[in-house]
Ligand binder design. Structure first.
Ligand code: GLN
Length: 323
């Protein structure tokens, strides 16, 4: 039987479906092949129950939502001091793929834009643990595979099921991702990270190509809402301090140059991806996953933003709402 929550979500769906604005990302050619009209919303409440509407079992690539997760894993593996010495936490107000670093520190400004996300991925390759840093692509390959295996295990643990990579999207972005290569080489020239820039881009593109559903995003969100423990499996993925920090950075930087508008109108920590997903979190209470591939000028899902706005208004989710 349909629950009150599901009936409510069906209303959200009918409020969003008429929105036809936005375009599917096509700078990664494989992404242009997705059905632009797909739509799903999922909620995971504090006991781990999933409520969803629409195409909630359609898989799409996580893209930039991965940035929040890899940042969390870098904090867990390397510690806050090492991560803070390499990546800032200041909103940049810039587009996700801006060729940018902080001018005085020469660090990427935050982990939610590509410069910072590439750096977080580079930290996971951990060349400092190797007797001599590899030089060729072949020498890097096993380190890359090991780092990606840990990334996939971490994402899967947050989602509560085994996730996998979309090889076609991975190949498509590797074939066209000159911008990310440019950013990686720029960071190398500033001495931000030592590993091979190509290995770093490869790892980052793999993480962006992990397939998820809106249900997965909502479970991942609920893991962070719950202080780092997946409420469905009981597995602790990060400690409470890391969960709090990731949510803080998502609040200020997660929606790129649309972040200010988002915080004002929706008021939830969130992260979007050009695959059409948005993950949003109400700390202590709720994980939200939304999927709809048409994007606005910032690269955020048009219907996804609308759905989150409606949820926030109707349910009074804005984090600065005083009861
Ligand atoms: N893989 C994409 C890129 O780096 C992710 C961008 C995004 O989702 N905003 O260009």
């Amino acid at each position: 039987m349909e629950s009150v929550v599901e009936r409510y979500l069906a209303r959200i769906e009918s409020g969003c479906l008429p929105l036809g604005a936005g375009v599917v990302a096509d700078y990664i050619p494989e992404l242009a092949r997705v059905d632009p009209d797909r739509f799903a919303v999922s909620l995971v409440v504090h006991d781990g129950h999933i409520y969803s509407v629409g195409d909630s079992d359609t898989q799409f690539t996580i893209q930039s939502i991965s940035k929040a997760l890899t940042y969390a894993l870098a904090l867990r593996e390397c510690g806050v001091d090492v991560v803070d010495a390499t990546i800032g936490v200041e909103p940049s107000g810039e587009a996700f793929n801006e060729i940018s670093v902080d001018h005085s520190t020469r660090r990427p400004r935050n982990p939610m834009i590509n410069a910072g996300a590439l750096t977080a991925a580079a930290l996971l390759i951990r060349p400092e643990t190797m007797p001599t840093a590899p030089t060729t692509r072949q020498e890097w390959a096993p380190h890359l595979d090991a780092a990606f295996a840990r990334i996939l295990d971490f994402y899967s643990g947050c989602a509560g099921r085994q996730l996998s990579m979309d090889a076609a999207v991975y190949r498509s972005e590797m074939a066209t991702g000159s911008r990310n290569r440019a950013i990686a080489y720029m960071l190398q020239s500033f001495g931000v990270f030592p590993p091979h820039p190509q290995a770093t881009v490869d790892l980052y593109v793999r993480q962006c190509s992990v397939r998820v559903t809106s249900d997965d995003l909502a479970v991942i969100g609920s893991t962070f809402a719950n202080g780092g423990v997946n409420p469905r499996t009981g597995r602790r993925m990060v400690d409470g301090q890391i969960a709090r920090r990731v949510l803080s950075v998502m609040t200020t930087c997660g929606m790129y140059d649309g972040a200010g508008d988002w915080v004002t109108s929706v008021g939830l920590p969130a992260k979007s991806g050009v695959g059409g997903g948005i993950l949003a979190v109400l700390p202590g209470q709720l994980g939200i996953g939304v999927f709809s591939p048409r994007l606005d000028e910032h690269g955020n899902s048009v219907r996804g933003v609308r759905a989150c706005r409606l949820l926030s208004e109707d349910l009074g989710l804005h984090m600065f709402t005083v009861a």
